[in-house]
Design a protein around this ligand. Structure first.
Ligand SMILES: Nc1ncnc2c1ncn2[C@@H]1O[C@H](COP(=O)(O)OP(=O)(O)OP(=O)(O)O)[C@@H](O)[C@H]1O
Length: 312
């Protein structure tokens, strides 16, 4: 564990919009040089938290420090050192992509080469396209280029791959990994658990304005009370098999039939459950060809903690 001061520290943050509590006593830290994901469902309070770190909103309660500075009081000192990729917009509608990027570069003392950055992000072909005519994925990539052009020490990226096709998503992930390799700290929000699992050194899972779990992807998915069991049998299940297996396993278990010979069981991660599945097979005259306890993913972690799906 690094002893260096954290890049970001949020302590007891409370944010409301009128009567609505958007952030409810949220605390988290981001270590320097890492990719940290703030993962949570829509409306969990991710964007509001990020906007407070970026200095766009003043904390109503609690404290926020970014690179050791107060994002409100020390805004002028902080701004040249951070990059921000907004969730939507970030450019005015008529401006061409390359003009926007060059304009942003001109605001920084030592900007990156805009042509190279545009090429790297696959913006080469649309440099002369007005912002409003860019696809959603292209607007996202331009937003990321704008966040990176000033060689920030820390970048905040809000839903970096929303609206991107799988290939653009991969490229964006690679780029964020390169940025980290250069020593830049990356804080990203996402509601895609695969994105958090793939990219993040550390994940803060948030729900209803609070951090409900923190850890590396491995730590979060190893601990816990439940697992996914995959069952594949030698011949089609009898009618009513999922209901009958669920009854055998008791409460707290979900059973989903995938096709005529396979089922997924989500339930307690213990040998008793495996034993019961095996006994049920024997009683129903089907032979398990596969019966294995799968690795939990972040979706399972979220379900364990909240009783709800991360991506409904
Ligand atoms: N300007 C606003 N006025 C009123 N309510 C708002 C405003 N911005 C956000 N909210 C509400 O505050 C809560 C938290 O919103 P926030 O955008 O921070 O969540 P989020 O986790 O980023 O969600 P998403 O993934 O959908 O962007 C939500 O219930 C949202 O509806």
């Amino acid at each position: 564990m690094s002893t260096a001061a954290p890049a970001v520290s949020v302590d007891g943050l409370v944010m409301r919009y009128g009567d609505k509590v958007a952030v409810d006593g949220l605390s988290l830290e981001v270590a320097r040089g890492t990719i940290t994901a703030v993962l949570g469902p829509n409306g969990a309070g991710k964007t509001t938290t990020l906007e407070t770190c970026e200095g766009y909103r003043a904390p109503q309660q609690g404290t926020v420090r970014v690179l050791g500075l107060d994002p409100q009081r020390d805004r002028a000192e902080l701004l040249p050192r951070i990059g921000v990729m907004l969730q939507a917009g970030g450019a005015w509608s008529g401006v061409r992509a390359e003009e926007m990027l060059e304009h942003m570069a001109s605001l920084h003392a030592r900007p990156l080469d805009t042509r190279m950055l545009g090429e790297r992000l696959g913006l080469g072909d649309c440099g002369r396209t007005p912002y409003r005519r860019l696809s959603g994925g292209q607007q996202q990539r331009l937003g990321l280029a704008i966040a990176l052009v000033g060689r920030p020490e820390l970048v905040f990226v809000d839903e970096p791959t929303a609206g991107m096709d799988p290939q653009a998503r991969r490229t964006t992930w690679e780029l964020l990994e390169e940025v980290r390799a250069d020593g830049v700290t990356v804080v990203l929000t996402t509601h895609h658990m695969d994105e958090a699992e793939h990219l993040a050194d550390r994940i803060h899972i948030i729900d209803r304005g609070r951090v409900i779990a923190t850890g590396t992807p491995g730590e979060l998915t190893r601990e816990g009370r439940s697992a996914t069991i995959r069952l594949v049998v030698n011949r089609p299940f009898p009618d009513g098999a999922p209901e009958s297996l669920r009854a055998e396993l008791g409460p707290g278990t979900e059973v989903r039939q995938l096709d005529e010979v396979s089922m997924l069981v989500h339930g307690p991660a213990d040998s008793m459950t495996l034993g019961r599945v095996s006994r049920w097979c024997e009683e129903h005259d089907v032979l398990p060809e596969t019966l294995n306890l799968g690795q939990r993913n972040l979706e399972d972690v979220f379900l364990d903690l909240t009783g709800r799906e991360l991506t409904p």
